[in-house]
Write a protein that binds this ligand. Structure first.
Ligand SMILES: Nc1ncnc2c1ncn2[C@@H]1O[C@H](COP(=O)(O)OP(=O)(O)O)[C@@H](O)[C@H]1O
Ligand SMILES: [Mg+2]
Length: 366
């Protein structure tokens, strides 16, 4: 890619570019506009498989290799000054990650207009949101364990590398026809550093948002991804979203209904969270997890409760969760290659993201 991401138009209508190295504006010869990037015309778009808030995703064929890939077009509409920060973060983070359970990005390609930029990724036949929407029977527990183990391995790797995903949900989990689960969509991901820096609290789609974020905590830790992993676990088991709140306050109410009202005693620092100034929480003394999943073993209930610890410091890490006896007892997790292959519904319908995005507001900044 060219060493410049911001562009300007000179008096002769020739685009000028700002070097991200020196900050100076410069002319760029037409031949060099794509830098070392290939053109998107090297790819044949076959179908549109997804459209989230920030990008359209196509299934495409690389004309050179014949490989089927996913092309994610970056949305640029609101940007006057080059690539949006979310896009830069996504490229930067994905280029530096390599793990079986994280979607692999191979290159960035550009369209004719300088505003069209595409990420080329390995193609995964399913995303878990459309799969769940279209499956008549829920996943078996052996399959849920298989999916969760892969998700937790990816999270362990991300967190070891100081990356917070900050938008885990079923539509951002992909699955190949070989049963390999991969985390995708790193548009909200961030590298974190010590000492922790303040970050915007309004990340993570509402239904998967941890209570510390709902209550305005300025510091974000790996625990927020673990809460989302808990929501995904519950959704896979119940075959429906676990906490589908309609607003931030409704989200908190649903959380309290299921896990009881938090207190300073179980979550030191809770009373001082910014959000606690404006609200009085309903008193609900019971944990209703057992009641919601009456058929689940004690080990399964323990894992759910560990992922949903109110105090982020006490919440299970990916490593803790992988150690859970739930994964070592019957029914044993099925091996990825023994996951059934499912019909490719996405090639026919577009769904759910719309619904989720109405409720699950998110901001791509900070
Ligand atoms: N590598 C991929 N292979 C197949 N489908 C993908 C791939 N990446 C994304 N998708 C599909 O496109 C949808 C939107 O992509 P995503 O990266 O989540 O973008 P957004 O930021 O717009 O949500 C996903 O929910 C999924 O259905
Ligand atoms: Mg997405």
């Amino acid at each position: 890619m060219a060493s410049s991401f911001s562009s300007q138009t000179s008096s002769e209508d020739t685009p000028r570019f700002m070097s991200i190295l020196s900050g100076e504006w410069m002319d760029l010869p037409v031949d060099s506009r794509h830098g070392k990037c290939r053109s998107v015309s090297d790819f044949e778009k076959l179908s549109r498989v997804g459209e989230g808030t920030y990008g359209i995703v196509y299934r495409a064929r690389d004309r050179r290799t014949n490989y089927i890939v996913a092309l994610k077009k970056m949305r640029m509409e609101k940007e006057k000054n080059g690539i949006p920060i979310s896009g830069l973060r996504e490229i930067n983070i994905l280029l530096n990650l390599r793990h079986t359970n994280i979607v692999e990005m191979s290159e960035v390609v550009v369209g004719r207009s300088l505003e069209s930029i595409f990420l080329v990724m390995e193609y995964c036949e399913q995303d878990l949101a459309s799969l769940l929407d279209n499956m008549s029977a829920p996943f078996t527990e052996a399959q849920v364990k298989c999916i969760m183990i892969q998700l937790l391995k990816a999270l362990r790797y991300l967190h070891e590398n100081f990356i917070l995903h900050r938008d885990l949900k079923v539509s951002n989990l992909l699955m190949t026809d070989k049963g390999c689960v991969k985390i995708a969509d790193f548009g909200l991901a961030r590298k974190y550093a010590f000492p922790e820096q303040p970050m915007t609290p309004r990340v993570v789609t509402l239904w998967y948002r941890a209570p510390e974020l709902l209550l305005g905590s300025k510091t974000q830790t790996t625990a927020l991804d673990m809460w989302s992993a808990g929501c995904i676990f519950g959704e896979l088991l119940a075959h429906k979203p676990l906490l589908p709140g309609r607003s931030e306050i409704h989200q908190l109410e649903m959380t309290i209904e299921l896990f009881g009202t938090p207190s300073e005693a179980i979550w030191p620092g809770f009373n001082d969270l910014p959000g606690m100034k404006d609200i009085t929480l309903k008193k609900q003394p019971y944990n209703n997890v057992r009641h919601t999943f009456p058929w689940l073993t004690d080990a399964g209930i323990r894992l759910l409760n560990y992922l949903f610890m109110y105090d982020p410091e006490k919440r299970a890490s990916a490593e803790d969760a992988l150690d859970s006896s739930y994964f070592k007892e019957q029914p044993y997790p099925c091996e990825p290659e023994f996951m059934p292959s499912f019909p490719h519904h996405r090639l026919k319908t577009q769904r759910r993201d719309k619904k989720e995005h109405d409720f699950g507001r998110k901001i791509r900044s900070c």
